[in-house]
Each structure stands twice: as structure tokens, then as C-alpha cells.
Ligand binder design. Structure first.
Ligand code: PMP
Length: 394
């Protein structure tokens, strides 16, 4: 049977990481993989997470299975973190999933189960895994315009024009905050217009939120998701705990299905549990338990929020520094977008040739579409990147 298998192309981001590791240059800079790093280049375990882990070691007495939907305390805590007080708890179905990717996959599974003909509209560009999972599942994809290479911001009129092609039952995938890979985001007025259009078309919003707390703060980053969930009849929300709790390898995420109609919510809950059962049965628990411990203990939560805020402000300072350095070197404001973008990423708008020159001539590694991980920089490397960008003609 295996002779039928075809070689799969290597994941581009992981291949880049490999090339970086093999580069002997001491002053190389890694702006590739999407993992938060301190200025010293380490991905730390957050203080509150470590403290919760120590407590857990003391108090955990069994490794017996949790519920099929995951630990209810985790679900409640995460529904609270993402949706706040926007909805009643009995309007939200939820399952714990292996990471945000697991939540995305389960959401697509639910969509396919309910409406095999549904098309999923995704932003151009989007996180490549959205596209590869959709292709793997045989779900039809429609790209909507999102990024304006000219302004290096959102092409909102193009986006709305493309969403005008929606049919009832189609799904629109939106990034809740900190768009990956561009860093360019909708403002609240634009979100409202999108919601009005989706409701007029009878389309379902699916929101992927993987960076809550990395943009404008925990509450501000959730404002759009909450607006959509309150104002659409139904909403799917895939949230990841990988970045904001720094627990990447623990595989912790949640899929929420919001329904204004409580009877539908109950059916949705049963179907989400069913999907967990079919795909992996019980979801992983360790990371989920740490998250619920941190969120429900006042002291741990305060410490976590303080550390997350340090992370967020550190990345904003790097954005300001890079934009300022480029303003000085280029004598123009054309790089102001770097300070406007939010989250861990910015797309610089460079050509593949320029990206390749940055790697070959300057040892600076970024994704081929010129996405940089801001957290890969520090105060010392920002001027190096700025000079190299000017040198290759960006
Ligand atoms: N969605 C987006 C847009 C992401 O960038 C990521 C992380 N790269 C995820 C979902 C899911 O991440 P994870 O499965 O590691 O939680």
C-alpha cells in the first residue's frame, strides 16, 4: 500500500528553520518560525504557568480520563477569557482540542458534516495551515482580497467586494486579532460592516484567534470576536493557548460554537463532543489544566497578565524602534506601517528576491512572503535589519 504514497513537500517554515540552524554565521538573525522569544532568544515558560505546574504536581491524584469535551473548568475559564460577559454561558458550546490547530480542524469537520457543499472564504494571504487542512479535507476554498501591497494595510474595499460573492451557508474565516502573516487588522467599523454583510448573505463567521493579548491587550484583542458572536446568529471560534500562555508543545486549544438559539446550542454541544470522540477521543489535559488554574487563581492570573503585558509591550517597542530606524535611514515615512501592525508578525512587502538577498548577504531569515517575527528581534538587531532592508532596496 505504501507504494501508492507520494512524497509530501517539506513544510516551508520548518525547512527555513533547518537552513537557519545549518548557517554557520555567528551574527545570523532568525525572524522565521512563529514562536515568541525574549530579547535573549529563548522561549520561556511563563512564571504563572510554572507555578501552576508545581501546584499540579502536588495536587493531581489521578490521570484517569477527563470529560470527552475536556475539563469543564478549562472550558468555562476560556469562554470567559475570549467572550467575557458578552454572552450567556448556555449560548456557547465548547470542546477542548489539541492546540488551536485542533480547534480549526474540528471546526472544518463540523462545517463539512453540516453542509458538505459549504465553501470556506479565507483571506489572501492567510496562515498556510488553513489552506493545507482545507485542501486535505476536500473543502472548496475561495480567497478574498485582504492585504494591499501598496499601503501594506488591509484592502478593505477589495475584501468587501469579494465577500459579496458569498452564498447562504458559506463560511468566512477571519483572524480575531493579530492577523497572521500580515499583522494588518480590521478596525471596529470595518468589523461591523463585515458582520452586516455576512448576516445579509446568511454566511457563517468562523474566527481563528491565536494571539489574544499580543496586539492591543487581552480585552481589546477580544473585542471583534465578541462583537461578531453577539451580532451573528451563529459563530464558530477556534482559540489557541499556545502563544498567550507559552505552552506550545502542550497542545491546548478550544473550539466554541455560539448560537443565539439555546436549543441549537445544545445540539451543537452534542455534535462537538461527537467530533472529539471520532477524531481523538479525549483531548489533552495537562496544558488545559494549567490554563484553568492560572485563570481561576487571582494571584496566578495577575502575574500571568503582567507577564503577557511585558511581552506585548516589548514587541510594540521593537515595532516602534524598527519603524523609527527605517524612517531615519530612508528619510521617508513609508515604513510607518510596521508600528501600525499588531501581533507577532508583519509582512514587509518585499519581493522574494529581496528576501533571498537578506538571507544570502545578511544572514537574516524570514518567510518567503517577507513575513517577519517581531519577537525574533532585539534592540541590537533592529538597526542591523533596518540597514539590511535599505541595502536590498525594500
Ligand atoms: N491559527 C493561527 C492563525 C496561528 O498562527 C496558529 C499558530 N501558528 C494557530 C492557529 C494554532 O496554533 P497551535 O495549534 O500551535 O495552538
Amino acid at each position: 500500500m505504501f507504494e501508492q504514497l507520494k512524497e509530501k513537500p517539506a513544510d516551508k517554515i520548518l525547512a527555513l528553520a533547518q537552513a537557519y540552524r545549518e548557517d554557520p554565521r555567528a551574527d545570523k538573525i532568525d525572524l522565521g518560525v512563529g514562536v515568541y522569544k525574549t530579547p535573549e532568544g529563548v522561549t520561556p515558560i511563563m512564571r504563572a504557568v510554572k507555578a501552576a505546574e508545581r501546584q499540579l504536581w502536588e495536587v493531581e491524584t489521578t490521570k484517569a480520563y477527563t470529560a470527552l469535551t475536556g475539563d469543564p473548568a478549562f472550558l468555562d475559564a476560556m469562554v470567559g477569557l475570549v467572550l467575557g460577559e458578552a454572552l450567556a454561558r448556555d449560548q456557547v458550546s465548547a470542546i477542548a482540542t489539541p492546540g488551536g490547530t485542533g480547534a480549526v480542524r474540528q471546526a472544518f469537520d463540523l462545517i463539512r458534516m453540516v453542509n458538505p457543499g459549504a465553501r470556506v472564504f479565507v483571506s489572501d494571504p492567510t496562515w498556510p495551515n488553513h489552506l493545507s487542512i482545507l485542501a486535505h479535507m476536500g473543502i472548496e476554498v475561495v480567497m478574498y482580497r485582504y492585504f494591499d501591497a501598496e499601503t501594506v494595510g488591509v484592502d478593505f474595499s477589495g475584501m468587501m467586494a469579494d465577500l459579496d460573492g458569498l452564498r447562504a451557508g458559506d463560511v468566512v474565516l477571519l483572524h480575531g486579532c493579530c492577523h497572521n502573516p500580515t499583522g494588518a487588522n480590521l478596525n471596529m467599523t470595518e468589523w461591523q460592516a463585515v458582520v452586516d454583510l455576512l448576516n445579509a448573505k446568511g454566511a457563517l463567521p468562523m474566527i481563528d484567534i491565536a494571539y489574544q493579548g499580543f496586539g492591543d491587550g487581552l480585552e481589546a484583542d477580544a473585542a471583534a470576536v465578541r462583537y461578531v458572536a453577539v451580532n451573528c446568529p451563529e459563530t464558530l471560534i477556534a482559540a489557541s493557548c499556545s502563544k498567550n500562555f507559552g505552552i506550545y508543545r502542550e497542545r491546548t486549544g478550544i473550539l466554541m460554537a455560539v448560537a443565539q438559539d439555546r436549543a441549537l446550542q445544545r445540539v451543537a454541544q452534542g455534535n462537538l463532543a461527537y467530533l472529539n470522540r471520532q477524531n481523538y477521543s479525549f483531548p489533552p489535559d495537562h496544558g488545559a489544566r494549567l490554563v484553568s488554574m492560572v485563570l481561576t487563581d487571582d494571584a496566578l492570573r495577575a502575574d500571568w497578565q503582567a507577564e503577557l503585558e511585558e511581552v506585548r509591550l516589548g514587541m510594540l517597542r521593537l515595532r516602534e524602534q524598527l519603524a523609527g530606524e527605517l524612517r531615519r535611514l530612508s528619510g521617508s515615512d513609508r515604513f510607518g506601517f510596521i508600528a501600525q501592525h499588531r501581533g507577532m508578525f508583519s509582512r514587509l512587502g518585499a519581493t522574494p528576491e529581496q528576501v533571498e538577498r537578506l538571507r544570502a548577504e545578511h544572514g537574516i531569515y524570514m518567510i518567503g512572503d517577507s513575513r517577519i517575527n517581531i519577537a525574533g528581534l532585539n534592540e541590537t538587531t533592529v538597526p542591523v535589519l533596518a540597514r539590511a532592508m535599505i541595502d536590498v532596496g525594500i
